[in-house]
Design a protein around this ligand. Structure first.
Ligand code: F6R
Length: 243
């Protein structure tokens, strides 16, 4: 595990953008695993600038998102497909048909999950981006999820609903279920990079890095990944000992 501690959100986003820039330059046909949420916004803004000034191109890049709320269609402003279109895809030269986000409104969600797992297995992520939930979740794999899980429908933990309610008018509007790729689908990525900022994540960071590898902290499995880099700001790193 490669642990990088930086001073703040801006430095974290900058470092991550250089990591992505290099990966795309080395392999223009990169398969990316992507995340939504507040954490990657600074990274996405920087990647957009890099495309606009000709440093990199997403022309031959394929992307797979981690997750999507059940019941929110692609044009719903809180759906993750909408988030990705707004914050990245519409601003770079990626082909929209090469971007994949699970559908939370598929008529048969079980079939949707199976198809997504299969597509991912055929196109393993060269580089997977992750954020971290304050309860230790990755994707929407909440505490207790099996380490051998594939894409599945989850009931969101109360803590996640509370954390994510900041993006909705009312907490009651936050969907109670989501589709997420499984932990095994995350672990199949050749390289994983996680970004974490803020003191509200410090406890989860400590458990992920220095706690036992245990399904009660889904992110702890990343200790076993052969190429895992985590970029933390000082606040998120503050409970780590011996660094
Ligand atoms: C998002 C995702 C989640 C988030 C996590 C952190 O696609 O899968 O695991 O990465 O909940 O969210 P933020 O970045 O909003 O703190």
């Amino acid at each position: 595990m490669n642990i990088i501690v930086v001073s703040d959100y801006e430095e974290m986003s900058e470092k991550a953008s250089l990591f992505f820039c290099q990966a795309i330059k080395e392999n223009p046909k990169l398969v990316l695993g992507l995340a939504t949420g507040s954490t990657p916004l600074g990274l996405y803004q920087r990647l957009v600038k890099m495309v606009q000034n000709g440093q990199i191109s997403f022309r031959d890049v394929t992307s797979f998102n981690l997750d999507e709320y059940v019941g929110l269609p692609a044009d719903h402003p809180q759906s993750y497909r909408y988030f990705m279109n707004q914050n990245l895809f519409s601003q770079v030269d990626i082909k929209l048909e090469n971007t994949f986000v699970p559908s939370g409104v598929a008529p048969d969600l079980e079939k949707e999950c199976e198809a997504y797992t299969e597509k991912l297995a055929k196109n393993p992520q060269d580089l997977q981006l992750l954020g971290l939930g304050s309860d230790g979740h990755i994707g929407f794999n909440e505490p207790g999820t099996s380490f051998s899980s594939h894409t599945h429908v989850v009931r969101l933990a109360e803590c996640t609903i509370r954390d994510n309610s900041r993006l909705f008018d009312r907490i009651e509007d936050v969907p109670k279920e989501a589709i997420t790729i499984g932990i095994q689908d995350v672990m199949q990525a050749k390289n994983i990079i996680m970004l974490v900022n803020g003191s509200n994540k410090a406890e989860a960071v400590k458990r992920m890095i220095q706690g036992p590898v245990d399904e009660s902290c889904p992110a702890s499995i990343l200790q076993k990944h052969p190429s895992f880099t985590v970029i933390l700001d000082k606040e998120a790193a503050k409970l780590l000992s011996g660094l």
